[in-house]
Ligand binder design. Sequence first.
Ligand SMILES: C[S@@+](CC[C@H](N)C(=O)[O-])C[C@H]1O[C@@H](n2cnc3c(N)ncnc32)[C@H](O)[C@@H]1O
Length: 495
Amino acid sequence: MEQLESMPLRAAFSVTMKALERLSRTGSPTERVAIQRAMATLRTSLPRAEQEPPEHDPPTALEQLHLAAGIVEPPSGEAAALRAWGADLVERRKAAGLSRTVLAERAGLSESTLRNVETGRRAPTRTTVMHLQSVPELRIDPTPIGDHIADRRRVHQDFSPNCWLTPEYDALKLHNEMTMLLNGRGGHLEQTYLYLDPSSAAAWYSIAEQEDYTVSRMLMPLDNVAECITERAGSVGLDVIGLGCGDGKDEVRLAQCLLERRRNRNLRLYLLDISQPLLCSAYRHAAEALADRSTVSIYAIQGNFHNLGRYTSLLHSPERSHRRRVVCLFGNTFANLQNEILFVRNSLMGFAPGDFLMLSIGETMAPADKPDEILAQDRLLAGRTSETMSTGRSMQSRMFCDLLRRYIHGFKSTELTSVLDFAACPVPGSYAADIRATVKMTSGESKHFSIAYIKRYDQRLLDETMLREGWQAVAHWRMVKDYHPRRLLLYQRIR
Ligand SMILES: C[S@@+](CC[C@H](N)C(=O)[O-])C[C@H]1O[C@@H](n2cnc3c(N)ncnc32)[C@H](O)[C@@H]1O
């Protein structure tokens, strides 16, 4: 390959074609067809390759062929910078009187890695640079190299693909389903639909920006959670997976806490949400907040957490068994599910023993078998807090009312009430405030919707339920703000 690179274009072309011709006589029929297609592409590309004007340093013959055939990207500023850095390294090596073989051995690198870095074909990783810095004669100044790598990272952050659309994700279909549901006779509007359109997403985003919400978030002792995960997981790479991440702020803070504590800083942050506007803001926040963390990769996933079992790249697999996953459902996401047990059983099926699950939940204010006490003590149901839907004044109730107004044809007015409900509570000891909307229509008719379940849990009974589903309680933390206690629960999969 080295020789081929220094050849004139036509000579390189004919050597390559001969080699391909030889290959095309062996191999499977599919391989032969692929090789013949490559030969045809190269043949038609040769005239263009010969006309290609030199850019930066004149490309080698092989590069010209590849360029013309569309096999590699044209050299960018970054490629030129890498070549310059590589050439500088070659000069330093020669000035130190070292051959490539000797330097590779002294730096503890493979000769091919060193060759790739010297020729600018590959960017040096942080580890490669550290290895090279261990050879004092090279007198490699860490600053420009550090800058160079930081620059490369910024380019990567800005331009590399950063969002996956799950195969079944279809925003128009979701929009149509919601419109049909709201224009039917009534029913339950699952949380999947509540934050979908930009107006609902913006309303939710502003709620999460309020001091009240921010203080509740900051009460979560995520540094203690990180310590606990670190102790239990040992020194393995971690995949933090935020399900229904919203603005992603809790997941990012957890990632930061983990990075502070762990020796192995290899961390992937997967942000999954059904709402495109919220996911976008979550990704941007994560990219900014973790920009200086070279060991973190961030992925935004536009998808439905009810279909998590289909998203195999997030799940445990034999190739990723050396990593641990930390699945997070922050806010009321878990408590808003229609059937949490079936969610844990079915949607979290793809996680393996050793993986973690982090839930944030509201605590029961009275035992589930004492409805009178619940009604007296839980202000969400008794109608005395800003959380209350019945006043129609809280930001969340406004968000729900505006959503109904936007989508229901013939909408005149709506009234929200919260009703104590047990029918939607499969976890023993839990109860729900079922937020119901009565919509008055211009026609004089009324429709009834259930637009959210906000459930409260008895932590001990929830832990028992989770254990039956294969998730063992590892630790929990209690946070009290105003009148209502919440808990952060950490589970680890045992079977
Ligand atoms: C109650 S908000 C909580 C947001 C965030 N975790 C927090 O703590 O502020 C619920 C989030 O789950 C998302 N969500 C709802 N249903 C979903 C689904 N089926 N799949 C993925 N995300 C969903 C919503 O878009 C929203 O961002």
